[in-house]
Design a protein around this ligand. Structure first.
Ligand code: GDP
Length: 296
């Protein structure tokens, strides 16, 4: 992850550092290279444009060009802008509400939504000592509800008993009632995914959201899908009030574009990253660490 982007930026920065003085043309030439490096890493075009404009404006300021180490200063400006793009702080999950705090999980089929639901449930149970229940509202994919039940057994997290034939909103209502009655702190709702974004999926998701009034609505996206992940995020964020993003398959060799674009596209922070298939392969997202990794 980020290796080739990191190499490209490293090369550009080495050349900048090697120069004693810089003029505006030098900075613009370097920014053209940074632009190409970001596009090759699959960062969304509008995000790249915004980034380059902001960095260029700052970097061609006179105090930079007249300084004795202009290259270093330009690098610092790029660094700061990267951290800002990723979000400067760790964004923890927000459970501050009358229990049960409801977390609604949304995303496309295959993004890792069900796995991530169970990973978050396990993390909250073990690390935060919360009493957690999960419910699958996926009535489209055969065996989706059973898959969550199996993960619940594996992780020792309660799941809502399955009643065949119930529709998503009804299941959500039943889950909320059960969670209240049994004094659960957190209820995770794993909504249905589709192979692509369609209106039926969005309508169903909005109906569930209206019923459940979730404290968190987390979009799960597969970081390996690059530009597609960005389009998916854009679509979902226009249809439902997301509170955060989970990027899965960060253990793979994604080029990083999804991670770098998410915040700008959705206006929401990345809260977690999935780093493997195992139930404890979930980490909080640390923007500063990621920026450091990119900048080597
Ligand atoms: P859903 O259709 O979105 O609910 O997707 P699933 O949760 O069923 O996940 C699809 C596949 O991706 C499963 O084989 C998961 O084990 C795998 N998966 C999920 N998250 C990750 C991750 O962070 N890293 C890796 N390597 N695999 C993951």
């Amino acid at each position: 992850m980020f290796d080739s982007l990191s190499d490209r930026l490293g090369g550009i920065f080495d050349r900048l550092k090697g120069r004693g003085a810089l003029n505006e043309d030098d900075v613009r030439a370097a920014m053209r290279e940074v632009r190409i490096a970001l596009l090759e890493a699959d960062v969304a075009l509008p995000v790249v444009r915004g980034f380059i404009d902001k960095v260029t404006d700052k970097a061609i300021g006179q105090e930079v060009l007249k300084s004795v180490t202009p290259g270093q200063q330009v690098i610092k400006i790029v660094n700061d802008a990267l951290v800002e793009m990723l979000g400067s702080d760790v964004s923890e999950i927000d459970l501050a509400t009358t229990p049960p705090a409801i977390i609604m999980m949304v995303g496309l089929q295959g993004s890792g939504k069900t796995t991530t639901t169970a990973k978050i449930a396990k993390m909250l149970t073990e690390k935060e000592r919360k009493k957690v229940m999960m419910a699958s509202l996926d009535v489209n994919r055969p065996a989706a509800q059973e898959q969550l039940a199996t993960l619940g057994e594996q992780t020792s997290v309660a799941t809502l008993p399955i009643i065949a034939g119930q529709q998503p909103v009804e299941i959500a209502k039943r889950a909320i009632q059960a969670a209240k009655l049994q004094a659960f702190d957190v209820l995770l709702l794993d909504t249905a995914g589709r192979l692509h974004v369609d209106q039926q999926l969005m309508d169903e998701m909005r109906a569930v959201s209206a019923e459940a009034q979730p404290k968190e609505t987390l979009l799960v996206v597969d970081s390996l899908t690059g530009q597609d992940a960005v389009n998916v995020a854009q679509n979902f964020s226009e249809q439902v009030d997301l509170t955060g993003v989970v990027l899965t398959r960060m253990d793979g060799d994604a080029r990083g574009g999804a991670a770098l674009s998410m915040r700008a596209v959705t206006g929401r922070p990345i809260k977690f990253v999935g780093t493997g298939e195992k139930m404890d392969a979930l980490e909080l997202f640390h923007p500063d660490r990621v920026a450091n990794r990119i900048l080597g």
